[in-house]
Write a protein that binds this ligand. Structure first.
Ligand SMILES: NC(=O)c1ccc[n+]([C@@H]2O[C@H](COP(=O)([O-])OP(=O)(O)OC[C@H]3O[C@@H](n4cnc5c(N)ncnc54)[C@H](OP(=O)(O)O)[C@@H]3O)[C@@H](O)[C@H]2O)c1
Length: 297
């Protein structure tokens, strides 16, 4: 049984679809979700749907029972994710889960990103749990850089795309690429059939595609839209204030600016070829993601 948490989310849904496409029988997949009513379509496909809310520990061990492999996708609730993951790992131990796969961020141990702090804590907790593991350290979602956050239309109107990533590189990948990598890892494809161990014998994948700078993103959007667009770098405080002035809540604006600053620090770059090796193809090109975002405008 492969159990996928947060399977009603965008990444989780893509992982379930990939598992099915790779021939895993639907009744061998469990969608362990906070909101079972949102997973009715998965139940219709024959996927087992179980209630699993990270904040309600009593729901977790029963949801993880019979799991041979448990994919833990953290929630997006910044500041609450480590306690949530701690609950999930404790439940995995109680349910005698033989393998945890955890989706964090690329370069987790060295990342200066505030959002990476809870991934550091979660990875450490999984390591000391004694449960064999694989860390799927996901690169930045390319969709987020290509306008998914709603910043594409304003940028095209003004002709300027702001950030504080300087000329740092992002080894971006789409959620679909990363879901394919997770499914490959969970089904034993792409890693030469080597078993996963615990502690220092756990497996770590750094998952990223062909790198791009924020100037590359602006140039690609400009090329495809036929409108002038340049990237302008701002000091981090000024970028956070600019986001807040556009109506982004201050706390979220600060996080977005910190995430952009991490680009300048190189935290979103990896030279690893793990992603391509796992999925057997290059990650989706920036140009394809930009095209999809422009179509969606
Ligand atoms: N690599 C990157 O660039 C990047 C960027 C952003 C986020 N992330 C991380 O990747 C994760 C997956 O991304 P995504 O795009 O799939 O996010 P998403 O679409 O927002 O999905 C988040 C999922 O978390 C679930 N969830 C929230 N609170 C929960 C709880 N208390 N217990 C159990 N499940 C809970 C949600 O359930 P409901 O359907 O019930 O709401 C949903 O299924 C995010 O949560 C975040 O940790 C990565």
């Amino acid at each position: 049984m492969i159990t996928v948490t947060a399977a009603t989310g965008r990444l989780g849904r893509l992982v379930v679809a990939e598992l099915l496409q790779r021939g895993v029988p639907a009744d061998q997949i469990t969608a362990a979700v906070r909101s079972p009513q949102k997973a009715a379509d998965l139940a219709e496909l024959g996927v087992q749907v179980r209630h699993a809310d990270y904040t309600e520990p009593h729901t977790l061990a029963p949801a993880f029972a019979e799991a041979d492999q448990l994919l833990l996708i953290p929630s997006a609730e910044y500041g609450r994710r480590f306690p949530q993951m701690k609950n999930a790992v404790d439940a995995a131990r109680a349910a005698h889960v033989p393998l945890i796969a955890y989706t964090g961020f690329v370069n987790t141990p060295t990342s200066t990103l505030r959002l990476a702090d809870e991934h550091k804590q979660a990875e450490a907790y999984i390591r000391q749990s004694g449960i064999p593991f694989v860390f799927l350290r996901n690169g930045g979602y390319t969709e987020l850089y290509a306008g998914e956050l709603g910043d594409l239309a304003p940028a095209l109107d003004s002709g300027v795309m702001y950030g504080c990533g300087a000329d740092g590189k992002v080894s971006g990948a789409t959620r679909a690429d990363l879901a394919a990598a997770a499914a490959a890892a969970l089904t034993g494809q792409g890693h030469a059939g080597r078993a996963y161990g615990s502690g220092s014998d756990g497996r770590v994948y750094e998952l990223g595609g062909a790198p791009f700078t924020l100037s590359d993103v602006a140039a690609e959007i400009s090329r495809q839209s036929g409108k002038p667009l340049v990237y302008q770098d701002l000091p981090v405080d000024q970028y956070a204030r600019a986001l807040a002035a556009q109506g982004v809540p201050q706390a979220f604006a600060d996080l977005l600016a910190d995430t952009s600053l991490a680009v300048a620090h190189g935290d979103w770059f990896t030279s690893s070829t793990d992603l391509e090796q796992l999925i057997g193809r290059p990650a989706t090109a920036l140009a394809d993601v930009v095209a999809a975002q422009l179509r969606a405008l």
